[in-house]
Each structure stands twice: as structure tokens, then as C-alpha cells.
Design a protein around this ligand. Structure first.
Ligand code: ADP
Ligand code: MG
Length: 232
């Protein structure tokens, strides 16, 4: 299969210096992610998963190595260009507290579209549509404080996908949920990502989740130990 390369991380390292100790959270990692791929990054707590994803999504800058997103070297971009690239092409779901508490669920989901210049009325219309797809049509006018943790995470996935980004990252998006809600959020993540034609990257320490992925990247002590393509 030859599908379009969306993201490439080459020889990525990230060191954190605190006092006189240096922690190398990510060491010489190479990562390639193509369009329509569902990728799981697995590893123990503290193995470097979040650091790697922060580098790949442009939230953090590597100590050495390069990240290329849609053919553009992230280190060559100005802060403004980086912000625009992120807003247009990258979706992100955190473990919890993704939603802005002062906006309703539909306003939260519409926010990336409005920030991208879309009219509020059409952005809200699109938000309601995608909320319907994740089974939250009836929660569109609620505040984040009025929905369950599982519902908030489904809304966060909808918001990450609403602008049809090229790649959507999720850092342990089900880590604060019970098993049933976690399963639902994972399914929605995979489905929405696929429907938008995006690549999906989901961090987890849960091997069951990794079983559902097309590609599994294992990380241990900051080093990725290869890329296992399922069914290959
Ligand atoms: P994971 O997401 O797999 O749990 P992280 O990427 O958060 O792991 O952390 C990897 C290692 O880097 C850990 O040893 C962690 O303590 C360290 N680390 C992460 N972020 C920082 C930081 N901002 N400052 C110092 N050390 C950090
Ligand atoms: Mg983490």
C-alpha cells in the first residue's frame, strides 16, 4: 500500500534539564505516519509517550532531530505559521479537561471552525451535525459541567475532528473513564478519524486498544522499538 505520508519524525530527541540532572525523555526516535492510518503509541508510564507526541504535534520543540508535517519542516516555521498549521491540520484530545467551561458543548465543537474564519452560524450547524454522529445531539446546548466525563470526551473528539485535520492526536483520552465509556470514546475516535480521511495517533498503556490499531509504535525509556504494521 502506498499512501500519503502525513508526518515524519527523524532522529528525534528531547532532553529536560533540571538542576544538574538531564532526563532524556525521547531518544533518537524515527516515526512515519501516513494518511488514513490508525496508530497506537504504547509504553509504560514515564516511557516518553507524551513527550514524543508533543514533539510530533508541534507543541514542543525537539532538542535535536526534525519533524515534517505535510511536507513542511516545523523548525522552519515562524510562531504564527506554526499556530496556523496546528489550527488547520492538527487535532488534539487530552486525557481530560478538554472543553472550555464557559462555552456550551456545541460552541466548544464549533470553536476551531470559528477560529479558522468560518461564520458562527454555519460552524454551529456543522458542530451539531458532528455531535449527532457521536451520539451527543441532545447535549449540544448543555455546559461542559452538565455532561458526564464520557460525553465530554466524545465532544472533545468531535472538536478535534470537526475541521477535517490531516492528523488527530489523543494522549490517553480514555485514561479518566470507566471501561465502557472508554471503549465508546475509542470507537468514536477511530470512526471519526477515518471518516475525515485523517491519520489518528492514540497514546495508551492499554494493549487492548493497541490491538485495534493498524500500526503499533512501542516506546520504552524514550526509545521506540520499531513499528509493527498489523496484518502485514
Ligand atoms: P509518558 O507520557 O509515557 O508517561 P512522559 O513523556 O510524560 O512519559 O515523560 C517521559 C520522561 O520525561 C519522564 O521521566 C518524565 O519525568 C520526563 N519529563 C517529561 N516532561 C518533563 C518536563 N517538562 N521536565 C522534566 N522532565 C520531564
Ligand atoms: Mg503521558
Amino acid at each position: 500500500m502506498t499512501s500519503k505520508l502525513v508526518l515524519r519524525g527523524e532522529n528525534l530527541s528531547r532532553e529536560f534539564i533540571s538542576g544538574d540532572t538531564t532526563v532524556t525523555a525521547v531518544k533518537n526516535c524515527d516515526v512515519e505516519i501516513s494518511a488514513n492510518e490508525f496508530v497506537a503509541i504504547v509504553g509504560k508510564s514515564g516511557s516518553g509517550k507524551s513527550t514524543l507526541v508533543n514533539l510530533l504535534s508541534g507543541l514542543d520543540v525537539p532538542t535535536s532531530g526534525t519533524v515534517t508535517l505535510l511536507g513542511r519542516d516545523l523548525s522552519a516555521l515562524s510562531e504564527k505559521e506554526m499556530a496556523e498549521l496546528r489550527a488547520r491540520h492538527i487535532g488534539f484530545v487530552l486525557q481530560k479537561d478538554n472543553l472550555i467551561p464557559s462555552l456550551t458543548i456545541s460552541e466548544n465543537v464549533a470553536a476551531p471552525l470559528v477560529m479558522g474564519g468560518e461564520k458562527l452560524s454555519s460552524a454551529l450547524e456543522r458542530a451539531r451535525e458532528i455531535l449527532g454522529q457521536v451520539g451527543l445531539g441532545h447535549r449540544a446546548d448543555r455546559w461542559p459541567s452538565e455532561v458526564s466525563g464520557g460525553e465530554a470526551q466524545r465532544a472533545a473528539v468531535a472538536r478535534a475532528c470537526v475541521g477535517s485535520p490531516a492528523i488527530v492526536f489523543a494522549d490517553e483520552p480514555t485514561g479518566a473513564l470507566d471501561e465502557e465509556n472508554g471503549k465508546r470514546v475509542r470507537e468514536i475516535f477511530r470512526q471519526l478519524v477515518a471518516e475525515q480521511g485523517a491519520a489518528g495517533v492514540i497514546i495508551t498503556h492499554d494493549m487492548d486498544l493497541a490491538d485495534e490499531a493498524d500500526v503499533v509504535i512501542t516506546i520504552s525509556d524514550g526509545e521506540t522499538s520499531g513499528r509493527v504494521v498489523k496484518g502485514a
